[in-house]
Ligand binder design. Structure first.
Ligand SMILES: NC(=O)c1ccc[n+]([C@@H]2O[C@H](COP(=O)([O-])OP(=O)(O)OC[C@H]3O[C@@H](n4cnc5c(N)ncnc54)[C@H](O)[C@@H]3O)[C@@H](O)[C@H]2O)c1
Length: 250
């Protein structure tokens, strides 16, 4: 029987070697995908690549805010995998401050990395996928695409824009069978969230807003990532999937 979630041999570029990128990459590699790991942090890409199960994985440096760097990461993935079946973009930054005190540099950096960077990487990958007749682009958005946490002006604005960018790219590239989607997790313990979750007030706020009463885990994201990167997801495009224990419902 054919497994519609099979991703064995698929060439996938994983951008972002942090907590979520590394976790999903390990699961994709366990299922036989051929990965290229890319991040601005040179040590992280090598560490993550070395820990991957299986053979044939590559690593490269990526500054997602520079289009040449995005093109080069896409080229590395194509040369490593022979084509580019999918991109999982788990690059991002989180800046938290009350709007009255938020440094404008934090706001513009959030838009630059979380939105402009997502566009630059997606369109470099999109070009290749259009030429080869199809592909999948999955970006990690957030529950902040939808909910308005206090002090999240920079992050939430960027993630809402990212979800809308996902819809526009999906419509533009649908005729080429390039599907573009996003995953919106609730808070996941990673190097991004851990420093904030040690603040009891912040933690209590977050936990009291998740109806299932716990944080997300990286493992909670595996199913959706697989769905969107395998043939099971062939007709799904433009969506943000909230993996959030009900966080966006309340
Ligand atoms: N951790 C959470 O609670 C959570 C919840 C919802 C959504 N997300 C989103 O998931 C994604 C991954 O987050 P994470 O928790 O793994 O964070 P993380 O900080 O562990 O990883 C983020 C990675 O992005 C890389 N990066 C930053 N700027 C870059 C740039 N200019 N070019 C290339 N790489 C760059 C960092 O080096 C880091 O490895 C982000 O988009 C984040 O907003 C995280």
């Amino acid at each position: 029987m054919t497994d519609i979630f099979d991703i064995e041999g698929r060439s996938i570029l994983v951008a972002g070697a942090g907590g979520i990128g590394a976790g999903i990459a390990a699961e994709l590699a366990r299922r036989g995908a051929r990965l290229t790991i890319a991040d601005v942090d040179e040590t992280a890409v090598e560490r993550v690549r070395e820990a991957l199960p299986g053979e044939g994985h590559a690593a490269c440096i990526l500054n997602i805010t520079e289009e040449d760097s995005c093109a080069s990461a896409v080229a590395t993935a194509v040369s490593n995998g022979g084509r580019l079946d999918g991109v999982l973009n788990a690059v991002g930054i989180l800046r938290i401050a009350p709007a009255l005190e938020l440094p404008i540099d934090d706001f513009t950096a959030s838009l630059n990395i979380n939105v402009t960077g997502a566009l630059l990487l997606a369109r470099q990958a999109g070009k290749i996928m259009i030429d080869q007749g199809g592909g999948r682009i999955v970006t990690i958005a957030s529950v902040s695409s939808k909910v308005a946490n206090p002090n999240y002006a920079a992050y939430a604005t960027s993630k809402a824009a990212l979800s809308q960018l996902t819809r526009v790219l999906a419509v533009e590239w649908a005729k080429h069978q390039v599907a573009v989607n996003a995953i919106g997790p609730a808070v996941v313990p990673t190097p991004m969230s851990n420093p904030f979750m040690t603040d009891p007030e912040y933690r209590a706020y977050q936990m009291s807003h998740i109806p299932m009463g716990r944080m997300a885990t990286v493992e909670d994201l595996f199913g959706t990532a697989l769905l969107l990167l395998s043939s099971a997801g062939a007709f799904i495009t433009g969506q943000t999937f909230y993996i959030d224990g009900g966080r966006t419902l309340v």
